[in-house]
Design a protein around this ligand. Structure first.
Ligand SMILES: C[S@@+](CC[C@H](N)C(=O)[O-])C[C@H]1O[C@@H](n2cnc3c(N)ncnc32)[C@H](O)[C@@H]1O
Length: 196
């Protein structure tokens, strides 16, 4: 509550807000809720209050692992888990946030919208380490689903919209894009890195 009031009085910038949530490993539970949508989409994250354009919304929290560990886990995981592994480039190398573990955090449950997303994933550095955070790219109203563009990858649910032929079983067999085509491609460019 105190933080919200500080932010409202513009004493906390979206970046400072994101750093606070990264450090405290907290989500905005008073402004976001997780709801079940349908069997195809599963759960999603919804806004309980207004967000303004540029606001920090949620961190995509998970294990930060290097390229080789990501490859190892991809070989071990079922495809239902590999969809929670998001790749990004940092300091010239590929890294991955593995959010496969159900840890109650909200970021891992945000769904894809490549046509009209209301958030964008950006990388921030906190204490010299990279973190992936979603920031609003437009004003978000109470009740709106939080979404962002997962980036690359021929995601099966996108095909479903185009072709209307993909069954639920195909989605279960879906594979994430390869590391040469980072999912969070928007995070790879320097312009998306929020500097401290
Ligand atoms: C990172 S998880 C997001 C949370 C997921 N909805 C859940 O309930 O665990 C990614 C998965 O969500 C589903 N998903 C995400 N965006 C979707 C969309 N636009 N349409 C349909 N399913 C989607 C797909 O099953 C995908 O494998």
């Amino acid at each position: 509550q105190f933080l919200e009031e500080l932010k409202m009085s513009r004493r906390i910038s979206p970046l400072q807000d994101s750093i606070h949530h990264v450090i405290t490993k907290t989500d905005k539970t008073s402004k976001l809720e997780v709801k079940y949508i349908n069997p195809l989409k599963g759960r999603g994250v919804f806004s309980l209050a207004q967000f303004s354009k540029r606001d920090f919304v949620v961190e995509y929290r998970g294990d930060r692992i290097d390229f080789y560990e990501a490859q190892r886990r991809r070989r071990l995981y079922h495809s239902l888990c590999t969809v929670f592994m998001f790749d990004f480039k940092w300091k010239g190398k590929m890294w991955c946030i593995d959010a496969a573990k159900e840890d109650g955090s909200f970021g891992r449950l945000v769904n894809d919208d490549h046509k009209h997303p209301n958030c964008r994933m950006k990388m921030i550095e906190v204490d010299g380490r990279p973190h992936l955070c979603l920031f609003a790219i437009e004003d978000i109203k109470e009740g709106d689903e939080i979404t962002y563009d997962y980036g690359g990858g021929d995601w099966p649910w996108r095909k479903k919209v185009r072709e209307d032929t993909v069954s639920r079983s195909n989605i279960k067999e879906s594979q994430p894009p390869s590391l040469s085509e980072p999912v969070l491609s928007t995070c790879s460019s320097a312009s998306d890195q929020v500097s401290l």
